[in-house]
Design a binder for this molecule. Structure first.
Ligand code: BGC
Length: 807
């Protein structure tokens, strides 16, 4: 039977019920109509199918699956083909596990390196993020498994992620925060898109008609299912209006009666509901048709793919005097607890139970290297003098010291943000001490995001592994020994210090309001135009060979905007080792009437060349590569003028340039006066600069006060209440009981506490309708407000209606 014929037989109540989850990771089946349930599980660098008890934070064990490197590392491959293979492999594991939709990829932009979830995202550049995400989705969906592109949109921090309001001017939204989604939607057609928790310009993403209906559905033509992030639904009626189809996980139908009443009262048209039902039926039947009973995924092969991905993504940041690769006859002091117990993935919903795990020690052994391992520091806690002294002595008696260092688990996770870019003192001090006794020191970095490197001038080589997945240790050894030639390049800038980050002065200082004051000037778009020195620029990465660029040719010197510009260049491997180069094409308008970054990445290619080999590489730049978004025209506009095409090895290592005159038209609104800061990026950007950019005054967000608390508050918001402080203490005690005590340096403890006390109560009761019913949370809010009688009445009465509204 056709989906709309089935829909015709369903009652109104059944149709409403179809649009919310059946349990934590599946929708409801309606056997009477033959409608199967859809299983959706995380994502994105492997499969996390809960083994028994489902949880959202990745705390309970899941079915073993290949843990690939996280997006922060795979992005550094700049390799569409590899990402496609990775998506395909995850698709095969999903088929084997009967999973219909994998919750990924995440394409939120790396706005600020403190974001706790940076490791799950690709880049500070939307073009790179969009290209890689589209390839990953094509790989996954090529196996008949759906993707869930997330988190749409403006979710660039973890603190307050469920309630903060991302204030972004439209041009910035269109040019920076949306294009990765747009590319993935238009080119790879993901089965689903997941809305973010936060508000965007005052409206929760779940009910944001501008974002979901006007842009995603109408402009980009998205026909798939829009699903909430887990527990992200704000208002079910508004959400239907906005085009959101599916609420996940189950909230045990707590919104069904509200929707029914709205339809009966004519406040919501049944047509909107039917649209969602049709999309869900379509997904359910497609998923069922694509299932492959008894499918066997080649997990051994996937382990090797995870190794290849890590080896082809890791970034050689520094290699003074060709210290690397290490010749085979050298005696190596392999230092660092992380060399034995690698940090290879991040914490939270993406946490995978790997099929196997290889450390650097395994990798060194597999290659027969001559090494001795010294832990150097404890995995957790402060420096240990004895461990350090032993490592220093070992380094003194070796030819080369290789130190595995970086960010321990408790530093970064979903659910909270980092507080600084510093590595633990125990790691920094160890590096400084080892360098004193052995100048041939290499640092191998683990961690999901940039760190400050006070020791950089002293060490001769740095290899950045990010979070390299279950086979990362093998890849590290291959790279250090020169079995594989490094070819990754940074997908984000590394600032010298946190204070240099353009949003440093106001990131998360506004409580529940995130002002994106820096506008377009994120990452290299800022550092390059502001002429700020960086530790390592966007696109940087070294190789054991070198590449020469020549013969830049543009197809036109004058161009009419709708026509494409062809760019070709000759790349030659000028060294003695085979290797791959990532060639980057940047476009920048000279003397723009409208403020623009100096150059923006618009194309790239990864070319493998044998030693001495040369190859032409060509690119096509379409009109969009030159365009800006003009909010007044509600369209992309190519401003006429002279554009510089820069081809290079990083955003700061431009090798060839040529110019083209483009016929275009002036932008209307974008040409209006914007404050001086957006032209010269000089000094701090103020709220009033930003208000001028936004075109409106910003209403301050008042911290909720006792008496005014609502279900939109979290326990943390209501800490002024003595009773709520006791509730927090009792949550601490309960969580601590299962985790060996109240210990905020334990990442799991910190994550659970951040999620349970930082989540608004309305979302808590959607996520755990059993233990945190609406009745209980409503009662707690009354208590926090000091309305004891109301609390008593609420808590004493038997729940009879599911339509209770906020107190
Ligand atoms: C995360 C999503 C994830 C979902 C389901 C949420 O907390 O933000 O990325 O897919 O949980 O586990």
């Amino acid at each position: 039977m056709q989906p709309n014929a089935i829909r015709g037989q369903m009652t109104l109540q059944e149709k409403i019920a179809l649009c919310s989850g059946g349990d934590f990771y599946a929708t409801k089946a309606f056997e009477q109509y033959g409608i199967p349930a859809i299983t959706l599980t995380d994502g994105p660098h492997g499969l996390r199918k809960p083994a028994a008890a489902a949880d959202q934070l990745g705390i309970n064990r899941s079915v073993p699956a290949t843990c690939f490197p996280t997006a922060s590392l795979t992005a550094c491959s700049w390799d569409r083909e590899l990402l496609r293979e990775m998506g395909g492999a995850i698709g095969e594991e999903a088929l084997q596990q009967g999973v219909d939709v994998v919750l990924g990829p995440g394409v939120n932009l790396k706005r600020n390196p403190l974001c706790g979830r940076s490791f799950e995202y690709f880049s500070e550049d939307p073009y790179l993020a969009g290209e890689l995400a589209a390839s990953w989705i094509e790989g996954l969906q090529g196996r008949g498994v759906g993707a869930s592109l997330k988190h749409f949109a403006g979710n660039n921090q973890e603190n307050e992620r469920m309630s903060s309001d991302s204030l972004i001017d439209e041009r910035t939204l269109r040019e920076l925060y949306l294009p990765a989604f747009e590319k993935a939607v238009k080119h790879a057609r993901p089965a689903t898109v997941m809305c973010a928790y936060n508000k965007l310009n005052g409206v929760y993403c779940s009910d944001n008609a501008f974002l979901l209906r006007a842009i995603l559905r109408e402009e980009w033509g998205f026909e798939g299912v829009i699903v909430t992030d887990w527990g992200a639904l704000n208002d079910r009626v508004e959400a239907f209006e906005a085009g959101l189809d599916l609420e996940m996980p189950t909230s045990q139908g707590c919104f069904d009666e509200i929707v029914l009443a709205a339809i009966r009262a004519g406040a919501l048209s049944e047509h909107r509901l039917n649209e969602s039902v049709d999309r869900l039926l379509d997904l359910a039947f497609t998923a069922a048709a694509n299932r492959r009973a008894n499918f066997h995924a080649d997990t051994e092969g996937h382990h090797r793919l995870a190794q290849r991905l890590a080896a082809n993504s890791a970034v050689l940041l520094k290699n003074e005097g060709h210290l690397l690769p290490i010749p085979k006859d050298r005696k190596i002091a392999l230092i660092g607890a992380l060399a034995k117990e690698p940090r290879y993935q991040g914490a939270g919903s993406s946490h995978i139970n790997p099929t196997k795990l290889a450390s650097a020690i395994d990798g060194f052994e597999a290659l027969g290297l001559d090494f001795t391992h010294y832990p150097g520091y404890p995995l957790q806690g402060p420096a240990d003098e004895a461990l350090m002294a032993e490592a220093v002595a070992g380094a003194r008696n070796s030819d080369v010291a290789v130190i595995f260092a970086g960010l321990p688990e408790e530093y970064e996770s979903e659910g909270f943000d980092r507080t600084s870019l510093t590595m633990p003192d125990s790691h920094n001090a160890l590096i400084a001490r080892v360098v004193e006794v052995n100048p041939n020191t290499v640092v191998v970095l683990a961690g999901g995001a940039p760190v400050e490197m006070p020791w950089l001038p002293m060490v001769r080589a740095v290899l950045n592994l990010y979070l390299a997945g279950q086979a990362g240790g093998l890849a590290a050894a291959e790279l250090l020994a020169g079995v594989v030639n490094p070819c990754g390049k940074l997908a984000e800038s590394y600032p010298l210090r946190y204070a240099d980050v353009p949003s440093a002065g106001f990131y998360e200082t506004g409580g529940k309001q995130a002002q994106y004051r820096e506008g377009l000037y994120v990452g290299y778009r800022y550092y390059d135009k502001a002429r700020k020195e960086v530790l390592f620029p966007f696109g940087h990465g070294l190789s054991y060979t070198s590449f020469a660029y020549s013969d830049l040719v543009l197809s036109h010197t004058e161009l009419d905007a709708p026509h494409a510009l062809k760019v070709s260049v000759m790349i030659r491997n000028a060294g003695g080792v085979d290797g791959a180069e990532i060639v980057q094409v940047y476009v920048g308008e000279l003397d723009p009437a409208v403020g623009r970054p100096e150059r923006e990445l618009k194309e790239f290619a990864k070319v493998f060349l044998e030693a001495g080999e040369a190859q032409p590489v060509s690119f096509t730049l379409d009109a969009r590569a030159f365009a800006i978004y003009d909010p007044a025209a509600r369209d992309w506009v190519v401003p006429g003028g002279v554009y510089r095409i820069s081809v290079g090895a990083s955003s700061r290592d431009i090798r060839l340039q040529a110019e083209v005159r483009v016929q275009g038209r002036p932008a209307r609104s974008a040409a209006r006066e914007v404050p001086r800061w957006y032209h010269d990026l000089n000094g701090p950007v103020t709220q009033s600069d930003f208000e001028a950019l936004l075109g409106r005054k910003i209403e301050p967000v008042q911290a909720p006060r006792k008496g005014d608390y609502t279900l939109a508050c979290s326990f943390q918001d209501m800490q002024a209440s003595f009773i709520i402080r006791q509730v927090i203490k009792s949550i601490e005690a309960t969580v601590g009981k299962g985790l060996g005590g109240v210990d905020y340096s334990n990442p799991t403890f910190k994550l659970i506490m951040a999620s349970s006390t930082g989540t608004p109560l309305k979302n808590l009761s959607q996520l755990s309708p059993g233990s945190m019913s609406r009745q209980l949370t409503t009662g707690l809010v009354h208590l926090a407000n000091g309305r004891y009688l109301q609390a008593l009445i609420t808590l004493a009465k038997r729940p009879k209606s599911r339509t209770e509204r906020s107190p």
